[in-house]
Design a binder for this molecule. Structure first.
Ligand code: FES
Ligand SMILES: [Fe+2]
Length: 353
């Protein structure tokens, strides 16, 4: 982000044009291996949480600040599957209920704090954020669960790498809206880049074909497909390039890419997650899995190509506003359809679309 886009009044002006910053969704908050018996503090959707493993080794998520006098529970310890507050030693279970007070006092049902639904997804810990709902107590049922891939759980696809890209100063909606912005592929993603870098490969261009559609059976899912071919001196190189089938699950919190190369066998599944930690601030992570035809090196090459292309968008996203009434032209994709679909993730507010 450059100096001007970091200006706080400009950020506030940009933010005011967008729908609210935290649509309802599953968001990645940690790597599963980083959550242990010590309470771990994370920030998501404007909230501070602590994560910990209960007696059954299940990851739980409760509000980070003690409902008694506000001590930080990340400074506490886990005892008997509960977090013990460092201040007056109340114990709080994974549903946010105070279950024990010292000196023989008995907690009442009102002694509780907020909790979140938690799922582990292929090495990530995800929590379900509800739009506008801040009641303490057990978390209500999420509208859907993140889809697991049996091929990963059974070991047919193995972990090939991960990358924590850190914060990007954009609204979550932009990532999803990019998929129907058919006219940006040539100007923004037309140059082939050296994987993981911004360096252009001279003489080589990329030609993209893209589609977007809502899923017929799962209302919270839509699909983006992109076929990219290599072009050298104006001529398409036969059987070059790759196809990406992208499952947009929810408003863009967790996105799954299935890559296949046109020239050779091999399957690569990449997850890209966006976690809104503050308005116009997404923490972005990648994690990818390959089959037996995919070497780690080849997988890193394909993911690096994607990451280089994704970075081309960031410069635009971090400086733009949300155009509520975009002046569309014939070459644009179904922007209004997408916005209508997206508004389901704001069940208690207007999506601004
Ligand atoms: S502040 Fe946590 S027990 Fe008092
Ligand atoms: Fe893009």
């Amino acid at each position: 982000m450059n100096g001007l886009s970091g200006d706080s009044s400009l950020q506030a002006e940009r933010e005011a044009t967008y729908p609210p910053p935290y649509p309802e969704a599953w968001y990645v908050v940690a790597r599963a291996e980083d959550v242990s018996d010590r309470p771990t503090q994370v920030r998501v959707a404007g909230n501070q949480l602590v994560l910990f493993r209960d007696g059954g080794r299940r990851v739980r998520a409760i509000g980070a600040y003690c409902p008694h006098m506000g001590a930080n529970l990340a400074d506490g310890v886990v005892r008997d599957g509960c977090v013990e507050c460092p201040f007056h030693k109340w114990r709080i279970d994974g549903e946010g209920q105070v279950v024990r007070m010292p000196d023989g006092q008995r907690p009442e049902p009102r002694h509780r704090t907020r909790s979140w639904a938690v799922e582990e997804l292929h090495g990530w810990v995800c929590i379900y954020h509800r739009h506008g709902d801040l009641d303490p107590g057990p978390a209500p049922e999420p509208r859907y669960l993140p889809e697991r891939l049996p091929e990963i759980e059974q070991g047919d696809l193995r972990l090939c790498g991960e990358y924590d890209a850190g914060p990007v100063h954009m609204h979550l909606l932009e990532f999803v809206e990019n998929s129907v912005d058919f006219q940006h592929f040539a100007p923004v993603h037309g140059d082939l880049r050296v994987p993981w870098t911004n360096v252009r490969v001279p003489g080589m261009r990329l030609e993209h074909e893209a589609t977007w559609r809502r899923d017929d059976r799962e209302p919270h899912v839509s699909w983006f497909e992109n076929s990219a071919k290599l072009v050298f001196r104006g001529k398409v190189i036969p059987s070059s390039g790759a196809v990406a089938v992208v499952r947009l699950e929810g408003p863009g919190g967790i996105v799954r890419f299935d890559f296949s190369l046109n020239a050779r066998p091999g399957r690569l599944v990449m997850f890209q997650s966006h976690t809104p930690v503050a308005p116009l601030t997404q923490h972005v992570r990648f994690r990818w899995f390959g089959d037996s035809n995919m070497s780690k090196l080849q997988a890193a090459f394909i993911v690096g190509n994607w990451v280089s292309q994704w970075r081309q968008d960031i410069g635009i996203w971090e400086r733009k506003i949300y155009q509520q009434k975009p002046l569309l032209s014939r070459g644009d994709g179904p922007v209004h359809q997408l916005r209508k679909w997206y508004s389901q993730f704001y069940p208690s507010a207007r999506a601004g679309a």
